[in-house]
Structure formats: C-alpha cells, structure tokens
Ligand binder design. Structure first.
Ligand code: CP
Ligand code: NVA
Length: 301
C-alpha cells in the first residue's frame, strides 16, 4: 500500500506509472471493459470542504473498480466535534481499506497517515491538490503527446493548485512560470524545492510568464476558506486573468486548463473558457480516470 499525501512524496516513475494506468483505465471504460480491481474494498471519503469533481470522481471510481465508497461529511463525524485525528485514524483503519480526505490543514492528512494503517489520499488541502494535478498531466499528455520540455504558465494565486502544479510539472520534466501579485507567491518550501529540481519562474509580469507557454492554467482568486478576503482579492488579482491577451502571448495552439469551479470574468474570461471548453471538460473527466489510477496504486502497490 502507499499514500498520496502530496506529490513531493512521489517519484517521477510513480507519477508516470499512474498516468499510464489512468490512460489504460480510460480506454477500457470507453470500450465497456470492466476492471473490478478493488472488489470488496471500501473507501471512506472525509469532506471538510465542498466538492463536486473530487467527490463524484472518487465515488464513481470506486464503483467502477468494484469497491464501495462511503461519503463522510465532517459535519456528521465526531472529527467535526473535536475528536482527535489520531483516534479517528485508528478507528477508521479498523473498518475501511482506505481514506480520501479533503480538509484545510496538510498536517491533518499527514497525521491520518501516521496514526492509521491504511492508504490515505489527499483530496485537497490548503497546501496542495495532488489528485487534480495527476488529471491535469494526463490531459496535457493527451493533447500535446509529450510532457518533457513543455512549459506551463499559471496565472493567479500562489495557492494549493500552484504548489501542486509546480511539483507535478517539474517532476515530469516540464517548465513552469507563475504570474502572481507580490505577497501571493507559492509556498516557500515548494519554491525552495523547485530551485533544486527544475525550471521555475515567478514573476508579477503576466505576459513574460506566458511567453513560450504550451499550457495556460488558472484557478480562483479566493479559495475555499478565504471567502472573507474575496473583495480584497478581487482588487489585488484583477489583472491576473486568462484572456485573449494572455492567450496571444503564449505559443500557438496553447491549451487552456482550469481545475474548476471557474469564476468567469475573474480569473478567466467567458470567451477563453468557452473556446477551450473541450480541453477544460476533458480535464474534468480525467479526474475520474486519474483518481481510479491513484486508488489502484495506493491500495495495491
Ligand atoms: N477541481 C476540484 O477539485 O473540484 P471540486 O472542488 O468540485 O472537487
Ligand atoms: N484553490 C481552490 C481549488 C479548488 C479545486 C480551492 O482550494 O478552493
């Protein structure tokens, strides 16, 4: 068994094996070939934040793999009333075969893994969103054929998505440019890691970041948990948008991706989103295939 707590913990080989498996599971599903690799297994899915894609992809993914998912809202769990994560981990390890958790603090995910005895999968924390980035890499490879040497430009907040994109892209040999306002850079630990491990540019200059990009990526200006800062962030981020100017500054045939949900007119224009809807909704679909690959790797490796 293995955990997926953050992409920093996974090797390039583990990431590429997961993408290959995701492609295989996708092709089998399209061909109507069943793959009950996790028959009889149960996955607990703990959500301390809202979700559409992560919840549905893991839930459908478990059924596709012959297993059973349990949706566990933290509102209804004792963890939501203060039961320590150390105890929750040990109890749930006696009932379940794996846990997927979406929460605020990365430490909570790390603690679940430390105290539990079953695979733990990070379904988003304030620090990172590894499952999303595996689906993103699968989508980029589908459209561009290769990952090595490609450049991804992320425009917006240096948040959980930016942190995970930097790590995931650099690990597979891509280059990354982040355009963000001063004070909203990605996590210091990720930037320090990137300095030793690849080609990362961080700049306030959006057009400089877009230059030579094969992929443009953005995410909301205010993440879950930052709702009270939304108005302030609208002012600070107002120029950090994927629009025609950004697309024109990038390579010809640039892909545009967005983890979704999107706020049209904020981080991306409605026009650019609709012009790249095939890519963005293929990316959303790939959450299913990539998450199934993650489940198989974490349960069976
Ligand atoms: N991209 C993503 O994780 O979407 P949800 O918040 O809907 O799960
Ligand atoms: N940065 C966003 C990503 C949502 C998938 C958030 O954390 O809300």
């Amino acid at each position: 068994m293995k955990h997926l707590l953050k992409l920093l913990d996974w090797s390039k080989e583990e990431i590429l094996e997961t993408l290959d498996l995701a492609d295989k599971l996708k092709a089998e599903k399209k061909a109507g070939i069943k793959h009950p690799l996790l028959e009889g297994k149960t996955l607990g899915m703990i959500f301390q934040k809202s979700s559409t894609r992560t919840r549905v992809s893991f839930e459908v993914g478990m059924y596709d793999l012959g297993g059973t998912p349990l949706f566990l809202s933290s509102k209804d769990l004792q963890i939501g009333r203060g039961e320590p994560v150390q105890d929750t981990a040990r109890v749930l390890s006696r009932f379940l075969d794996g846990i997927m958790i979406r929460t605020f603090d990365q430490q909570e995910v790390e603690d679940l893994a430390e105290y539990g005895s079953i695979p733990i999968i990070n379904g988003l924390t304030d620090f990172c969103h590894p499952c999303q980035v595996l689906a993103d890499l699968q989508t980029i490879r589908e459209y561009k054929g290769t990952l090595e040497g490609r450049k991804l430009c992320y425009i917006g907040d240096g948040n959980n998505m930016a942190n995970s994109l930097i790590v995931g892209c650099l690990k597979v040999g891509m280059k990354v440019a982040i355009a963000c306002p001063k004070g909203y850079e990605p996590d210091d630990s990720v930037v320090a890691w990137a300095k030793e491990n690849g080609d990362l540019l961080i700049t306030e200059d959006i057009l400089e970041a877009c230059k030579g990009a094969d992929v443009l990526y953005t995410d909301v200006w205010a993440s879950m948990g930052q709702e009270s800062e939304a108005a302030k962030r609208q002012r600070i981020f107002k120029n950090y948008q994927i629009n025609d100017e950004a697309v024109n500054a990038a390579n010809e045939n640039v892909m545009v991706l967005h983890c979704l949900p999107a706020h049209r007119g904020e981080e991306i224009t409605d026009k650019v989103l609709e012009e790249h809807a095939d890519q963005i909704f293929d990316e959303a679909e790939n959450r299913l295939h990539a998450q199934k690959a993650v489940l198989v790797k974490c349960f069976l490796d």
